[in-house]
Ligand binder design. Structure first.
Ligand code: THU
Length: 161
């Protein structure tokens, strides 16, 4: 028997200690919560993906009466980035959640499917993507999407490697 420890580092910052760049991307994610289409959950999620060329792509959750046909905010931003700028690495992804008339105190946590897409985006461009999870009290910062999904399924798995 072998035992492995899977560890990840996360930092937590008050708004005042974030960089100007982080605050700009987070502010767009916060704005995007107000564009969310979420008539079923009433849970508004906004996302903003910053590219290496400086462009910031916006996303928000898109729900549907056929529930599984909807899409999370993170994936809407990352897929839009891939569609519009397929050659540009994504360097930063910010997420904010708004419900009951206010932003969540605790940062929202990306679902498993979004973590999978976030990691593939990182692998696709071969660089790290900083992940910012906004909360009213504190913002969580991960230096890499891979930290959010240990043992992620990758293309090598498909080849049986
Ligand atoms: N949602 C996101 O947009 N991102 C996540 O990572 C978690 C969940 C959305 C999906 C759905 O529209 C609503 O939040 C409630 O699950």
């Amino acid at each position: 028997m072998k035992e492995y420890q899977l560890t990840a580092t996360m930092r937590s910052y008050p708004w005042s200690e974030l960089t100007d760049e982080q605050r700009e991307v987070l502010t767009i994610a916060k704005e995007q919560t107000q564009r969310s289409y979420c008539p079923y959950s009433h849970f508004h999620v906004g996302a903003a993906a910053k590219l290496a060329n400086g462009v910031i792509i916006r996303g928000c959750n898109q729900e549907n009466a056929a529930y599984p046909s909807g899409l999370c905010a993170e994936r809407s931003a990352l897929f839009a980035a891939g569609a519009q700028y397929p050659e540009e690495p994504v360097t930063m992804l910010a997420i904010a959640c708004f419900t009951g008339g206010h932003f969540t105190k605790e940062p929202g946590s990306p679902c498993g499917g979004c973590r999978q897409v976030m990691t593939e985006t990182e692998n696709r461009y071969g660089g790290k993507m900083q992940i910012l999870l906004y909360g009213e009290d504190e913002t969580y910062v991960f230096d890499s999407a891979a930290d959010l999904l240990p043992l992620v399924f990758v293309k090598e798995n498909l080849l049986g490697e």
